[in-house]
Design a binder for this molecule. Sequence first.
Ligand code: HEM
Ligand SMILES: *[C@@H]1O[C@H](CO)[C@@H](O)[C@H](O)[C@H]1NC(C)=O
Ligand SMILES: *[C@@H]1O[C@H](CO)[C@@H](O)[C@H](O)[C@H]1NC(C)=O
Length: 209
Amino acid sequence: MIALISAVIFCFLTAASAQDCSREGQFTDSAGSYVFTWSVQSNFDYVDCTVQVNTAANRWVAVGFSEDRLMPDTDVIIGADDGTNRFVQDRWNGQSRVAGPSLDPMQNIMDTSTTRSGDRLTISFTKPLISPDISGRDENLTECRNVLWAFGGTTTFENGNVTALGGHSNRGVFQNQLCLCTSGASVAAVVSLAMMIVAVLLAAGGSIF
Ligand code: HEM
Ligand SMILES: *[C@@H]1O[C@H](CO)[C@@H](O)[C@H](O)[C@H]1NC(C)=O
Ligand SMILES: *[C@@H]1O[C@H](CO)[C@@H](O)[C@H](O)[C@H]1NC(C)=O
């Protein structure tokens, strides 16, 4: 009986200490317009992301990863596609909100693409979980991060290059944090599985203790 009780308590404690993480998933804003989708690659080094929103042709969409829930100090991926010109860039929101996100000297996103189908704008990119940019203009995604969303600012292109970005018409922060799985089976999950097996054996064996 003591064995059973202690095993149950042990199980409960190990299960409670296991960090929930998702390898893939989706966050949608309450209006149902903005959708952020992610999928960690099988190597657990990169995450494939897409951002979709309904917005007019000359407007941008962005996602931000941050340690807090404010616009400053946020790692931003922003893009637009007006049917003729397009961009997806790695940027950083500094202290000034009105300044908007400035371009990172080191671009740490890969496999970027954009599509526009009527009002539906989609940007896609792949981001390393541990960024090689150690200048402080990227967030590692190996820890849980807040996810900021924004869209609807004007985008100005000159000769195909983006030269100015206006402020968002809509912005917010998703309620849940983004907690990416950084390995196939977390140590905590393996430990709690082992504990559950021990608990079953102890319960079946009766009074070992
Ligand atoms: C040119 C680009 C941008 C400009 C001019 C701008 C400007 C501003 C300003 C003036 C505010 C405070 C007033 C308000 O609540 O609207 C604000 C708030 C906010 N912005 Fe931006 N923003 C830009 C881009 C972004 C991006 C790229 C993101 C995230 C991906 C973002 C996320 C937010 C959030 C979450 C807030 C509310 C929380 C806070 O005040 O810190 N913004 N922005
Ligand atoms: C990201 O993680 C790497 C490796 O642990 C570390 O060297 C780097 O400073 C981290 N970057 C940031 C912005 O914290
Ligand atoms: C646009 O960007 C390209 C490539 O970076 C550059 O060669 C060109 O000069 C730019 N054009 C303008 C008008 O800035």
